[in-house]
Ligand binder design. Structure first.
Ligand SMILES: Nc1nc2c(c(=O)[nH]1)N[C@H]1C(S)=C(S)[C@@H](COP(=O)(O)OP(=O)(O)OC[C@H]3O[C@@H](n4cnc5c(=O)[nH]c(N)nc54)[C@H](O)[C@@H]3O)O[C@H]1N2
Ligand SMILES: Nc1nc2c(c(=O)[nH]1)N[C@H]1C(S)=C(S)[C@@H](COP(=O)(O)OP(=O)(O)OC[C@H]3O[C@@H](n4cnc5c(=O)[nH]c(N)nc54)[C@H](O)[C@@H]3O)O[C@H]1N2
Ligand SMILES: [Mo]
Length: 823
């Protein structure tokens, strides 16, 4: 595999001081390792000062340069397409949007839980002292818990927070609530809500977060790569841990080797351009129909692998009946598929033949499952791959995470750091609700839903406590969110470094530090797990901001359990103990780590060795080798193209095998005469969701008239008299936003793209239905579940109309602190 030239690689050849030593077969005495490392450290005693302070973000490791106490520059450690995001960090840290002091909205300060909730989002803010804020927070927790029980507290909620395993804001809050008796939580996430529920029924594993057939095996064997609904050159910029960016090396090498790539996407993506791929524009939400057309071709032309289906799967007879139309009277011919997805029938046939003739890797992103009936997309792709019969072969089959966090980067042998845990709840924990049903829950206390075969009854929520997430960008149908938020809870508490829309809609906002204002540790490479990065504090906290952990510890103190919360450990002791845990794990896999003190003092990172066996690893090869000895975790032990279990659950919108369902919103629905454009809400190229939106140096490079950019096709723009740079109004019957037009043929006619993560900016703050001046896409997306089975979110849904905006000037105010806030 071609190795990307990185500063980090040069660093390593210069000084290997902290490279963890793979001991191989024979165990080295620990002392030998330690003295080695000590020697190395003495050779570079001033590493930190000389090269900047090593730390990291979801978008990469970097060295922070500090001058006169100010964080002035962030230098990427590994060059990647995320460099511009790293360079924007100082700008983000010093943004005028920082929450510098604790604030409480006036109504709440005066009347507490009896304050008018409809003033949320428009009340005036009052700066208060930490003492006063913490006293009020603690007494509100106490009051709500006593009056309504732990299940009325919705806490430790969804969000991407920052990297750092100790300062995990979600767990900091969860731990506070667990030790106090418990709280209401959630399951699943917004990323793969549908896939992570359906895949275990079909494949016996999550697939989406599992290791993929590694890149060296793909590069050596794949002859054809088809990418469904993914834009890896964009989405590989971010990882849950600190990225290793190895996925870019994989895709670059694919191109260098001249392996043919086809992308199936409504957008001519950065990835398609980078790889010189053939672009097949597909109508949004119709991939399942396309897959059926491909399968029909394989079937009628006898290009499918009957032996594979017989040996490794159950349920092909049901699929067969459905394909030829015995089940519903409709044969799923390429012509049928073409009528729905817009790709010509001959093209579908040619694609199916090529897939069957070559060693083919089907790579899918997650957009196609973040839609109504999203379960079907991944299930149908598995069904198509099973017909091709290449699952478990090197370079063939399916991969659901090549676009994310460098899935396919070979896994190292070493230790894993654990982080701050939520601890054990001292009281009963109610069954968690699906992540994206939170606002259905707010509006409907006592309602019972049935999800993945289980009944769950919604609690009556009185308190929302959020740290590390931004629901006023991430949740669908923001107007409904405003309504429910102003209707139900008595108290809303948010920890935030920035005045996001979520903070602006709270009762109490506590200023949180960024990860550059505290010490921490993080793993590097989600799939490779090959680095441990130190995250040294770069600067002192801005304003009076504090670490989530310290805030919660002080609240725990007021509630009488500080010592249980902190385990009487301070920041450095926690870090030392987390590191010690990884040392023990590493030793078990015969890898020695340098002692913590040395590691921390050096300011450098640790890199674990990648064993040769990891470089040839093929997903499902063991199953293919012997399905009896290595069964999948499904009821049959085989791939379930038909699942009796799912069929038995009886959902009207998720049957026993993958099938095509018409979505409520698409180009053929009734509403499409009023809202003829399909709305694509891809993940933004230059930020992580809403994070970094407030870094203005970066924003200047993509915003149009200071607003979120809307990609619109040349024909659609011409028909509406829209030019690049125009302010446009994007609307449907859920709401309306302003955006800046980018007219291009990189998006197919009939579709527009407004990336997720735009800061919600209501022209009339706190008023549901208000125009959003900045272009937050979730004002326009329905809050419906993918299906009864998974109840994932449908972020990649929506249909809209677009017109040139001719109304009064509406400057963006999303990045200004709210009324009364002291900054
Ligand atoms: N329409 C549509 N909607 C979508 C999607 C889509 O494709 N389409 N995608 C969905 C997906 S996959 C996801 S993952 C979600 C993402 O949704 P979120 O994870 O909520 O998005 P982020 O912008 O990352 O929000 C994280 C927040 O945590 C704050 N934060 C960062 N560090 C800290 C810290 O140390 N302490 C505290 N207290 N706060 C901190 C940040 O300032 C930020 O406001 O969005 C979902 N929404
Ligand atoms: N730069 C950047 N990287 C990120 C993130 C970020 O915010 N910014 N977020 C991270 C997170 S939390 C996640 S979950 C992942 C998300 O990874 P994904 O869910 O894969 O990303 P999306 O942006 O939703 O969609 C990817 C592609 O699908 C296309 N698409 C949309 N609808 C359809 C459809 O119906 N059919 C087809 N064939 N294509 C369609 C879009 O045009 C886009 O090119 O990315 C991660 N990486
Ligand atoms: Mo996500």
């Amino acid at each position: 595999m071609k190795v990307r030239e990185t500063e980090e690689k040069m660093d390593l050849s210069r000084r290997r001081l902290l490279k963890a030593l793979g001991i191989g077969g024979a165990a080295l005495p620990m002392t030998a390792v330690a003295s080695n490392s000590v020697l190395a450290a003495i050779r570079n005693p001033n590493l930190r000062e000389a090269e900047g302070i090593l730390t990291g973000a979801h978008w990469g490791p970097f060295r922070a340069v500090v001058k006169d106490g100010k964080f002035v520059e962030a230098i990427p450690l590994i060059h990647s397409p995320a460099d511009d995001m790293i360079r924007a960090i100082p700008d983000q840290v010093y943004s005028p949007t920082r929450v510098k002091y604790p604030h409480i909205r006036r109504g709440f300060l005066e009347k507490r839980g009896k304050a008018d909730p409809s003033l949320r989002g428009r009340d005036e803010w009052v700066r208060v002292s930490w003492e006063q804020a913490l006293d009020i927070v603690a007494s509100e927790i106490q009051r709500v818990r006593t009056e309504h029980g732990g299940s009325s507290i919705l806490a430790g909620l969804y969000g991407w927070k920052s990297v750092g395993l100790l300062h995990n804001s979600r767990n900091a809050v969860r731990r506070l609530m667990y030790l106090g008796g418990g709280c209401q939580g959630y399951f699943g996430d917004y990323s793969t809500g549908a896939a992570q529920i359906i895949m275990p029924h079909v494949m016996g594993a999550l697939e989406v977060y599992d290791q993929q057939t590694v890149w060296p095996a793909v590069l050596a064997n794949s002859q054809f790569v088809v990418i469904f609904g993914a834009d890896p050159y964009v989405t590989l910029k971010n990882s849950w841990n600190i990225p290793d960016f190895e996925g870019y090396n994989g895709f670059d090498a694919l191109k260098a080797k001249g392996i043919r790539v086809v992308t199936i996407d409504p957008v001519h993506t950065d990835t398609a351009k980078q790889l010189n791929a053939e672009w097949l524009p597909v109508r949004q939400r119709t991939d399942v129909a396309l897959m059926l057309g491909l399968m029909h071709t394989l079937y009628t032309e006898k290009l499918y692998d009957a032996k594979f289906l017989k040996t490794y799967t159950v349920g092909f007879p049901e699929i067969e009946a459905y394909l030829v139309g015995k089940e519903d009277g409709v044969a799923k011919t390429p012509e049928w598929a073409s009528g729905l997805c817009g790709i010509p029938a001959d093209k579908i046939r040619a694609l199916a033949r090529e897939m069957a003739a070559k060693r083919t890797m089907l790579m899918a992103g997650w957009s196609i499952q973040r839609q109504q009936h999203g379960e079907q997309a991944h299930w149908m792709l598995v069904t198509l791959a099973a017909m091709l019969g290449q699952i478990g072969l090197p370079g063939g089959g399916i991969g659901f995470s090549y676009h994310y966090a460098s899935g396919g980067s070979p896994t190292a042998r070493g230790g894993m750091l654990k982080g701050l845990g939520a601890g054990t709840a001292t009281g009963p924990l109610p069954p968690p609700i699906p992540a994206a049903r939170i606002f259905d829950c707010l509006m409907n206390p006592g309602k019972t839903i049935n999800v993945n075969g289980k009944d769950i009854t919604y609690p009556d929520i009185k308190m929302i406590y959020w740290a590390g997430g931004n629901p006023f960008h991430h949740h669908q149908d923001i107007n409904q969110l405003v309504r429910s938020w102003q209707h139900r809870p008595e108290v809303v508490i948010v920890h935030e470094p920035y005045w996001t829309a979520t903070a602006k809609h709270a009762d109490i906002v506590l200023p949180a530090t960024t990860s550059y204002e505290r010490n921490d540790l993080e793993m590097g490479g989600d799939y490779s797990a090959k680095y441990i990065f130190p995250m040294h504090k770069v600067i002192d906290p801005i304003g009076e901001s504090r670490n989530d952990f310290d805030i919660c510890a002080d609240i725990a103190e007021r509630l009488g359990y500080r010592s249980a919360y902190t385990e009487d450990r301070d920041e450095m002791q926690w870090l030392k103990d987390l590191y010690k845990g990884a040392t023990v794990g590493a030793r078990a896999s015969r890898v020695a780590l340098p002692p913590f003190e040395l590691f921390w003092k050096s300011g450098d990172y640790v890199e674990f060795p990648i064993p040769d066996s990891a470089k040839t690893w093929v997903r499902h090869a063991d199953f293919r080798g012997d399905p009896l000895l290595n069964p999948l975790g499904t009821p049959s032990g085989l791939i379930e193209l038909f699942s009796k279990k799912v069929a038995g659950m009886g959902y009207a919108d998720c049957a026993g095998h993958a099938r095509w369902y018409e979505p409520i919103d698409w180009h053929k629905s009734d509403r499409s005469s009023r809202y003829p454009l399909s709305l694509i809400s891809s993940h933004p190229s230059h930020r992580l969701h809403s994070q970094l939106s407030n870094a203005m140096s970066l924003r200047k490079t993509y915003a149009v008239d200071g607003r979120e950019p809307l990609l619109i096709n040349t024909q659609d723009a011409a028909a509406r008299g829209i030019k690049s740079g125009d302010v446009v109004r994007v609307f449907n019957d859920l709401g309306q936003v302003l955006a800046g037009a980018v007219v291009t043929d990189d998006i197919m006619p009939g579709a527009v793209r407004l990336s997720e993560g735009g800061w919600y900016d209501p022209a009339e703050p706190g008023v549901p239905g208000s125009l959003c001046k900045n272009g937050s896409v979730n004002v326009l997306v329905r809050d419906i579940p993918t299906s009864g089975l998974a109840m994932g979110n449908c972020g990649q849904s929506g249909i809209v109309q677009v017109e040139r905006y001719t109304g009064p000037k509406m400057p963006v105010t999303a990045f200004e602190p709210p009324k009364g806030a002291v900054s």
